[in-house]
Design a protein around this ligand. Structure first.
Ligand code: B12
Length: 383
């Protein structure tokens, strides 16, 4: 059914207001519950792709229906915000040894605040224009399949890495939505796919991307660095030097590479060491320092112990014997069993005589069963 003249006029007003508020790219989708999205989400959860997130039937139902967020919703206003910084900002520190990599989405102040503030400006203007509350802002504040509605709005297409690719901006874009009861003329989905390109699929070290536009997120390095329990041992070597998140699928994606860096200074690294922090500093870092350095960033919500665990894995992958004393100290003193267990793994992987001595000593002192199990496995691995 074609949109009414009023709906077309209102959509034009939304675009003007969004542009004035600073939105780089805006498109509008119908807010009807989407059966296709429900089916996609349900199939993904049934395969166990999001097992670490505990998503299920209820989430799939809600996330595919904007009316669950705002009863009477008619339209979803979707925005894409480019954040790409690429390796350029990391270049000045990359020759310093023993640094881990942080995904470029987490280099600046937490994007949620930026996106919510931008959407808030648009929503307030729309509410004022309507003379009543007609909006609900969404950016990780309510269950919504953000990529699916962004795709339906024509904001971009979903790539084989499962990220939305906005033409000219690539996939390093954050998504945000305003669900509204306003009846707005919708935009059409793009008729675009990745075609024969499989660069992201072959680049992913863990084989998380299947090539059919789905992902086993339990293998995604981004997920591995954010989960709160142990990183599966078989996957630890594949994490490489990623301390938090991962950019590999995006960096391999031609439309993302061709898009260049975002110009908004809001996404510049907050401080120099954020793009590639020193691993030995992270291994010794406690909560107070973590809060000071990372609380305001997108890596500031999981806690210092998760970063120490990740640093242990990256150090294990670097195979540098000079790091053994620091790892041995961590194995003896770190207050978290999860961290000590991963340090044991790292020492086993490095496998030097000093690492073996540290493991042997820890085997006599450690009381936690899960760490003892890691120590035993590490000693076998380094034999
Ligand atoms: C859980 C989560 C993760 C998990 C799982 C990722 C995943 N692929 O599902 C982990 C921790 C791995 C993760 C990683 C990242 N994430 Co994340 N994540 C989310 C979150 C909170 C939920 C995603 C979800 O529900 N996944 C379940 C799957 C099944 O659904 P989906 O991927 O959203 O959508 C699929 C279906 O909708 C389906 N579909 C539905 N209808 C249709 C129709 C057609 C025709 C087709 C083909 C498909 C289709 O296709 C989609 C792609 O598979 C969203 C925010 C949100 N509420 O949406 C952010 C979000 C997806 N993440 C985001 C980002 C930036 C990232 C990272 C790039 C961060 C990083 N550098 O480390 C990586 C990218 C990894 C990757 N290749 O996906 C952005 C993505 C922006 C974009 N351009 O797409 C989001 C939207 C946050 C935001 N507001 O900007 N993330």
């Amino acid at each position: 059914m074609s949109a009414s003249v009023d709906a077309i006029d209102r959509a034009a007003t939304v675009r003007r207001i969004a542009a004035e508020a600073g939105a780089v790219r805006v498109a509008i989708a119908d807010a009807s519950a989407s059966q296709v999205t429900y089916d996609e989400l349900a199939a993904s959860f049934a395969r166990g792709d999001l097992a670490t997130w505990g998503f299920g039937e209820t989430y799939a139902r809600k996330a595919s229906d904007p009316c669950a967020i705002l009863p009477g919703a008619r339209s979803v206003i979707c925005v894409a915000i480019p954040y790409a910084r690429f390796e350029r900002d990391r270049a000045n520190i990359e020759d310093v040894p023993l640094r881990g990599r942080v995904s470029n989405y987490a280099w600046s102040n937490d994007y949620h605040q930026y996106v919510r503030a931008l959407l808030g400006r648009i929503a307030r203007a729309l509410d004022a224009d309507a003379g009543a509350p007609v909006t609900r802002v969404v950016c990780d504040t309510a269950p919504l399949a953000e990529r699916a509605f962004a795709r339906a709005s024509g904001l971009g297409w979903i790539g084989k890495h499962t990220n939305l690719i906005a033409p000219g901006l690539g996939s390093f874009v954050f998504l945000g939505e305003i669900v509204t009861t306003l009846d707005l003329a919708c935009d059409a989905p793009l008729k675009k796919t990745c075609g024969a390109c499989t660069r992201c699929v072959v680049t992913c070290p863990t084989g998380a991307l299947r090539g059919d536009y789905t992902i086993d997120a339990t293998r995604c390095i981004s997920d591995l660095t954010q989960r709160t329990d142990a990183i599966p041992r078989a996957l630890r070597p594949l994490v490489g030097d990623w301390l938090w998140g991962c950019d590999l699928c995006g960096l391999a994606c031609p439309p993302t590479r061709n898009a260049g860096a975002a110009i908004d200074p809001a996404f510049a690294p907050k401080h120099e060491s954020l793009a590639a922090p020193g691993l030995l500093d992270i291994l010794a870092m406690r909560s107070a320092t973590y809060k000071r350095l990372y609380r305001e960033t997108a890596m500031g919500w999981r806690g210092a112990a998760i970063l120490r665990r990740n640093a242990a894995v990256v150090l294990g992958n670097m195979l540098d014997r000079a790091t053994v004393p620091a790892l041995a100290t961590g194995l003896e003193r770190d207050p978290h069993a999860l961290v000590r267990g991963h340090i044991a793994w790292a020492l086993g992987r490095i496998g030097s005589p000093a690492a073996a001595r540290a493991l042997a000593q820890a085997a006599t002192l450690e009381r936690d069963d899960s760490v003892l199990e890691e120590i035993a496995a590490a000693r076998i691995a380094s034999d």
